[in-house]
Design a protein around this ligand. Structure first.
Ligand code: IMP
Ligand code: MG
Length: 182
């Protein structure tokens, strides 16, 4: 059965761009060390492919879950304290890795929590950036933002991105078109 979702970025283009980002980040960080903080679960595929392209950089890989409470007057992002270890943040160069930058709320909250631990620097790598979706109240306090692809403001799935927990394991990015009844 054909997928009802519209392909947006195929596996070849995805891997070519992720490889190029890995090369850019390798040149930037040299031998390291750096600490990567990847957001679960969306950034898992991107993280695995990106970091395998940077074998000469010494990396301490960390993961955290940021839960959002949307629908309240002002959305709030919760990050549990025990998920961020000052021992690998304070005085370290930190690279936050996420699947997509949408409103900016998640990255804003995570970057702020990391800043509170006095790192040597905070950068972020996001695979996708939704053009024009960022909101002014979520200004990002980053030393650099590395973006894989600029996309239109549409809901996308695949390569880590989910709709209601599904589709993370697609090998490409597609625009979500709702559920097929077949
Ligand atoms: P933000 O906090 O609004 O920037 O949203 C970031 C988070 O929302 C990402 O880490 C994703 O988990 C999720 N998200 C935003 N847009 C999409 C999308 O188009 N597809 C799937 N997940 C998305
Ligand atoms: Mg998500």
């Amino acid at each position: 059965m054909a997928s009802p979702h519209t392909p947006l970025i195929g596996p070849d283009a995805l891997h070519a761009r992720v490889d190029a980002m890995g090369d850019e980040l390798s040149a930037r960080f040299g031998g390291g060390p750096i600490t990567t903080v990847s957001l679960l679960s969306g950034a898992v595929f991107f993280t695995a492919d990106l970091l395998r392209r940077m074998p000469e950089v010494r990396v301490d890989m960390r993961f955290l879950r940021a839960s959002s409470y949307r629908g309240t007057t002002r959305g709030e992002i919760k990050v549990r304290d025990d998920q961020l270890d000052p021992a690998v943040i304070t005085d370290h160069r930190v690279l936050i890795i996420d699947d997509i930058l949408d409103s900016g709320q998640t990255l804003h909250a995570v970057a702020r929590r990391i800043r509170d631990m006095a790192p040597a620097g905070v950068e972020a790598a996001v695979l996708l950036h939704k053009r024009g979706a960022q909101r002014a109240e979520f200004a990002l306090d980053l030393d650099a933002l590395h973006v894989g692809f600029e996309i239109d403001d549409e809901f996308v799935i695949g390569y880590g991105l989910d709709y209601d927990g599904r589709y993370r394991n697609l090998d490409h990015i597609a625009v979500y078109n709702g559920e097929s009844t077949r």
